[in-house]
Design a protein around this ligand. Sequence first.
Ligand SMILES: *Cc1c(COP(=O)(O)O)cnc(C)c1O
Length: 427
Amino acid sequence: MKKNLKTSTLCVQAGWEPKNGEPRVLPIIQSTTFKYDNSEEMAMLFDLKKEGFFYTRLQNPTNDAVAKKIAALEGGVGAMLTSSGQAANFYAVFNICEAGDHIIASNEIYGGTFNLFGVTMKKLGIECTFVNPESSEDEIQKAFKPNTKLVFGETISNPGCNVLDIEKFSRIAHKNGVPLLVDNTFATPINCRPFEWGCDIVTHSTTKYMDGHATSVGGAIVDSGNFNWDAYADKFPGLCTPDESYHGLTYTKAFGKLAYITKLVAQLMRDLGSIPSPNNSFLLNLGLETLHLRVPQHCKNAQKVAEFLKDDTRVAWIHYCGLKDDKCYELGQKYMPNGSCGVIAFGLKGNRDTAIKFMDSLEMINIVTHVADARTCVLHPASHTHRQLTEKQLKAAGIAPDLIRISVGIENIEDILDDIKQALDKI
Ligand SMILES: *Cc1c(COP(=O)(O)O)cnc(C)c1O
């Protein structure tokens, strides 16, 4: 593929590069296995001495082409797809952490990730300290311990809609010799490429804008190749010392910039196995082909909805970084000058029941446990996605009990606004 292609071209063309006579469109290679008539050739693949396919848990032409496209979009050296965004965040952390380690995460993150880090990872012996991302660098510094292995945040938090100061977080992480991981699900590489701001590893729930049509749950991990693991070899033995389960191979020595992503596939995916189906990857690729067209439309519609809600007297508060007086406006302009995402957080005057009455009165807009697909939808995190959190945890995660999350779709803006107006009239 030609170098220096623009993002919109990469959306359409990156990843699958057919040779003469091969399908122009990415084919669905729905096969678990691949044929060899020479045992030596297969052995080379097992030894990671040659690239190729032998079993779909480790490599598959459809999955790999889509991973390659996402790597190109983020400007990374490599990517791996997973069966969900949850799996992506788990693998991304577990690839460099083990029992006895510690991580630091912004407390402004997706509820599923909050549980993963705070509850499930803890059972595996990995402790997480959650920090308020708006705290000063000195304050965040206090969370570091000798066994801290990484820092984690979300470009735009789900559902709080706060913007992460990526440069600040990468500065703190690097000062402590650890990488910064950023979940870039909401911004997508169309609006923000965290590697350009010092982030080292990006994760995605591709379930959201990347798929964009709500057909396939999936995730991705992209490595910038920039973090120098060997400079902190004592912190990252998994990457910098021999892997006994791979004939004593040392990932950083054997693969250089591709060490992290190679270990992710060769060790974690081999052992844990949360791959996407090639059929889902095919659908994800169809979504990616129009990502550069859909995302600006989501942003344009969301800006209009945000401006309408801000001026409506029945609205108690609204949080969308595209609004000039929003607390995240400056950060939004810095990291996402072309628009942020289609998701808006707001609250209505009244109580919990007012929010529910409003949502139940919507006609075209549906209540679904989803965001970031073509159809406009709403959710009340306190009664749905985050219902397992206590009031105190809700507060800590920046989620007001009256928060309504609206994910603005790509329908006609007048129809979206009309539906919101008639539902507001009914409360
Ligand atoms: C949805 C979401 C996830 C989890 O992804 P799944 O694909 O649902 O497993 C993780 N992070 C963010 C920011 C999300 O929005």
